[in-house]
Design a binder for this molecule. Structure first.
Ligand code: 13P
Length: 249
């Protein structure tokens, strides 16, 4: 058993309006109850629903994270939002470097700058990394993950570990129903931790697994020694399924 407090986060991606987000959070609050939970819980709505979600989650155990942040404070960056804008909605943090954003052009340098901007803006960060199927089959997984983790942590200070988590999300497991086996996920998360330990206290860092996590697979994944929670996509849209994953952590 690790001493790290697990974190279960739901990435809603491009789903839910403000009204739908409010309904989802209300249901989640009812399912999770008001008592102390042994895990941290977060949801990541689209930017348009951040404020409604934060308001609906206010006074609960549920934390709210954006899905992305821009590194600049303001200016001519059409469609982007800053760390201060996210914080002003009442949200607590942000995802950075999700593979769906990287596929749309987000670079390692931008990821590093965005991690720095988010931390400077008072936000917590879940930094995402993960390899493609081609990279795994070519035996390049470790090298690829090391590169993404080192780049993402380039401007992070050791004492910021408490506001940072890293999510290992193999691209081949995202939205495919092909969950990584607990052994594969454990091996990759241990590797991510050991690389991150070059920058900060690896033993204090939370490393999450993401990729087709369901209530059926979550428990065994999260019981691995180096897996401290989950970043859940599709299953997090349904409050019943997400609450079941939280309870399994
Ligand atoms: P799925 O759980 O839908 O595979 O998505 C995982 C993910 O990308 C979370 O960020």
């Amino acid at each position: 058993m690790s001493e790290r407090r697990p974190l279960v986060a739901g990435n809603w991606k491009m789903n839910k309006t403000g009204v739908e987000a409010r309904e989802t959070v209300a249901r989640l609050r009812a399912l999770l109850g008001d008592g102390e939970l042994p895990v941290d819980v977060a949801v990541c709505p689209p930017a348009t629903a951040l404020e409604a979600t934060a308001r609906a989650a206010s006074g609960s155990h549920i934390r709210v994270y954006a899905q992305a942040v821009h590194e600049k404070a303001s200016g001519a960056h059409t469609g982007e939002i800053s760390a201060a804008m996210i914080a002003a909605t009442g949200a607590d943090g942000t995802l950075i470097g999700h593979s769906e954003r990287r596929a749309a052009g987000e670079t390692d340098d931008q990821v590093a700058a965005r991690v720095r901007a988010a931390l400077d803006g008072g936000l917590s960060v879940i930094l995402c990394c993960g390899e493609s199927l081609e990279q795994r089959e070519a035996g390049e997984t470790e090298e690829w993950l090391a590169g993404q983790v080192r780049a993402g942590l380039a401007d992070v200070a050791a004492d910021e570990v408490g506001r940072l988590a890293i999510a290992y999300e193999p691209i081949w497991a995202i939205g495919t129903g092909r969950t990584a086996t607990p052994e594969i996920a454990q091996e990759a998360c241990a590797h991510v931790r050991s690389v991150a330990a070059g920058t900060l206290d690896g033993a204090a860092l939370r490393v999450l697994y993401g990729g087709s996590v369901t209530p059926d697979t979550a428990g065994e994944l999260m019981s691995q020694p180096d897996i401290d929670g989950a970043l859940v996509g599709g299953a997090s849209l349904d409050p019943e399924a997400f609450a079941a994953i939280v309870r399994g952590a």
